[in-house]
Ligand binder design. Structure first.
Ligand code: FSO
Ligand code: SF4
Length: 524
């Protein structure tokens, strides 16, 4: 196998051998390559003139999402996805005999910059596909996004020059911005504008379900089906921001948040007296102590674990999870859990709706110097050492600064009480990784108010990355011309020295250094 798409890749160069660091088997890695190769052949046919269909759009969106880190560990379901792509291709282009692309040709590409740029595009669109998938669950889709998937996949499987690939990298960032906007509209249009919400970390007595991942539609259906059952629901990881949506928080059984970021799940779920539902990525191979309580749905799958089908249409049937929660019964007494820093609650709901609602206040405070600087400290968490940088960085930010945050990296510091500035909590949780869109809206609004570019604002972006959604978000920030991003905890293995040179020269992007140096640089 060969895979180097995520931050924890073996030796910082690539996972090889029988299994990746994430637990993905060589068999699944090979099947994911075959799936990608099949989608490339399908896309080449469509780019050459075959008409895309709703089935091909969906097959490619699902197929790309399936290959994201920590999504699908089940050879059978990846094989089914390959078979489906083949069937879709035969249906739309019965006489097209283009063979599936062999991904070894990409991994062994002699020009390391071409390999790097094609990988950047591929991993970026995998991330975008996840956002498109959540938007689709809420009835939104975009022709432009689907067409870009075909265009990008076709280019990856063709002789494409580095200069053309650089243009494609920029386009991937632009398309992801559109996709995040679509998902933002889908989430807020369906569930209302997030409002600042304090979320307890205590788990009450009685039966409960823990739900993790990003899919708000799954949570909505679970809440509808647990209404009046006496079964409580707790969010985990990237589901935490759901507490801020009016149409979700109206369910009284949506009680609080359990646990922290994805990489702690094996410890946190050990012997949990409740089932856990994964709606998207960040599934780790379950330990025996809780494997019988793991439920997956959508594209998430693990061999031997219960899976809730999503292909029949209509609401998903969560009765099996609910019944198991009742049987397990939960804790006999309320359990007071804390965040990583000992806090008993966290606050979320500071999306662009709430922050721009107080924009005048923020703008006045920046003008008067009451707010000296705004930091966006966001992105993924992960298991590798070095991520304490983000906790230390946030702790070291001056008292007259704001820290905007999003995605799962925030669990390292979101239970800290850093006080307030101009009446706002100093840490403002904007939501999931896709809510990078909110951060962009806020930055753009501030730049407009100050009649300057985003790069001239007293704003610094400190990003942590782990998997491919962070890649597409980074591509969007670069597309917007945002400079001097600090990226860590390590640089992607798939960025070649030549491509890094372009990123440094064009965008002044820099690897995270020491907290002291980086903070001083931001405040200079
Ligand atoms: Fe991923 Fe990162 Fe959204 Fe986390 S981009 S790892 S679970 O921040 O959040 O999906
Ligand atoms: Fe390795 Fe990451 Fe690929 Fe898993 S997703 S095989 S850890 S590079």
């Amino acid at each position: 196998m060969f895979c180097f798409q995520c931050e924890q890749t073996a030796r910082g160069t690539g996972c090889t051998g029988k299994q990746g660091v994430c637990g993905k088997s060589a068999e699944v890695a090979g099947l994911e390559d075959q799936l990608t190769g099949a989608m490339i052949a399908l896309s080449q046919g469509i780019v050459a003139g075959a008409a895309a269909t709703a089935a091909s759009d969906r097959a490619v969106m699902r197929g790309l999402f399936t290959c994201i880190t920590n999504v699908d560990f089940d050879p059978a379901s990846v094989q089914a996805a390959i078979d489906h792509v083949h069937a879709v291709k035969t249906a739309i282009a019965p006489f097209d005999t283009t063979p599936d692309f062999d991904m070894d040709a990409l991994w062994n590409e002699g020009d390391e910059d071409v390999r790097s740029l094609k990988s950047l595009v591929l991993f970026g669109i995998r991330g975008t596909a996840a956002y498109a998938y959540h938007a689709a669950a809420l009835g939104r889709s975009s022709r432009k996004v689907f067409d870009f998937f075909y265009k990008a996949l076709a280019a990856i499987g063709s002789d494409t020059a580095a200069d053309d690939l650089l243009v494609l990298v920029d386009e991937a960032g632009a398309v992801n911005l559109d996709c995040m906007a679509m998902l933002d509209e889908a989430n807020t249009g369906t569930y209302g504008t997030p409002v600042p919400t304090i979320v307890p970390l205590t788990v009450e007595d009685g039966p409960f379900i823990v739900v993790t991942g990003h899919d708000l539609k799954d949570l909505e259906e679970l809440l509808d089906q647990t209404d009046g059952t006496g079964v409580n629901v707790y969010t985990h990881g990237e589901m935490l921001p759901a507490h801020a949506y009016p149409e979700l928080k109206r369910h009284p059984q949506l009680k609080g948040n359990f646990g922290t970021a994805w990489q702690n799940q094996q410890r946190e779920f050990d012997n949990l007296p409740a089932p856990i539902l994964w709606t998207t990525n960040c599934l780790m191979p379950p330990r025996k102590s809780y494997a019988d309580r793991v439920w997956t749905t959508g594209v998430v799958d693990f061999p031997g674990c219960a899976h809730i089908d999503d292909t029949k249409g209509g609401a998903k049937d969560f009765s099996g999870v609910i019944d198991q929660a009742k049987r397990l019964g939960g804790y006999a007494e309320a359990q007071e859990f804390t965040g990583i820093n000992g806090g008993h609650e966290v606050t979320c709901g500071f999306g662009h709706g709430s922050v721009l609602g107080v924009a005048d206040k923020v703008i006045d405070a920046v003008k008067s110097g009451e707010i000296r600087h705004i930091f966006l400290v966001g992105g993924c968490d992960g298991a590798k050492p070095g991520r304490n940088y983000y906790t230390d960085f946030v702790k070291a930010t001056p008292a007259n600064s704001l820290v905007l945050t999003l995605a799962c990296g925030k669990f390292r510091f979101n239970d800290l009480d850093l006080g307030t500035v101009v009446g706002l909590p100093r840490i403002l949780d904007m939501g999931q990784c896709n809510d990078a869109y909110s951060a962009i809206q806020v930055a753009v609004a501030l730049a407009k108010a100050f009649d300057c570019s985003v790069n001239e604002l007293p704003l610094s972006i400190v990003l942590s990355w782990y998997e491919q959604k962070a890649v597409c978000v980074l591509l969007t920030l670069l597309h917007l011309g945002i400079k001097s991003i600090k990226l860590g905890p390590s640089l992607p293995a798939f960025v070649s020295p030549g491509v890094l040179d372009v990123l440094v020269k064009s965008y002044d992007i820099a690897p995270a250094g020491t907290v002291e140096d980086d903070l001083a640089g931001c405040l200079a």
